[in-house]
Ligand binder design. Structure first.
Ligand SMILES: [Zn+2]
Length: 183
């Protein structure tokens, strides 16, 4: 797998310049081709502007673009979440809740909660989806593969078992990736 180029701060700021842009990005993450109802697979929907929900025309199920991500059911704007993810991923020494609170103009408890969620997500295998497809984590972080997952570049698996505990660790490298095309 080719290493993806990270977005620069300016590119990031340009791409995600509004809440709408972030929302659009989330939509593309969840439905890369077109809307598809998670309940009945119907492809037509009504958009409920106020609650930012997609209601299936077939079964009336209401789907959210943030389902399965750390932003689900949060009242914090996506834009703020995106920047929080960016800041946390960029700073290897660990961003503090106080800094997030100050820079993103949210209360300390909100910043603290966001920080916990982002850090927890970074320890997961589906981190990328949980973090809105914004962050690519260094493979080395995950240690030995599970469920026959393929590894890149002839990594030797000694199978010495138990040496790498499947615990949550801080990624060695997290890159803000460029999802789909930059517009
Ligand atoms: Zn449906």
């Amino acid at each position: 797998m080719a290493q993806q180029e990270g977005l620069t701060l300016l590119q990031f700021q340009k791409k995600f310049s509004s809440e709408e842009a972030c929302h659009q990005h989330m939509f593309e993450q969840r439905w890369p081709k077109e809307f598809c109802c998670p309940k009945c697979q119907h492809q037509e929907y009504y958009f409920i502007e106020k609650r930012k929900l997609f209601q299936c025309k077939g079964c009336k199920h209401q789907a959210s673009v943030t389902a399965g991500t750390i932003m689900h059911k949060s009242h914090t704007p996506l834009l703020v979440w995106f920047w929080a993810i960016l800041l946390v991923a960029h700073d290897k020494h660990g961003v503090s809740a106080a800094l997030l609170s100050r820079e993103l103009e949210v209360s300390y408890p909100t910043a603290w909660l966001m920080l916990q969620k982002i850090r927890n997500a970074m320890g997961d295998r589906d981190a990328n989806y949980k973090l809105a497809g914004l962050v690519e984590l260094d493979e080395a972080f995950f240690g030995a593969p599970t469920e026959g997952g393929k590894r890149g570049r002839g990594t030797e698996q000694t199978g010495s078992g138990g040496r790498i505990a499947p615990t949550r660790r801080w990624p060695r490298k997290a890159t803000i990736i460029s999802p789909s095309n930059l517009t």
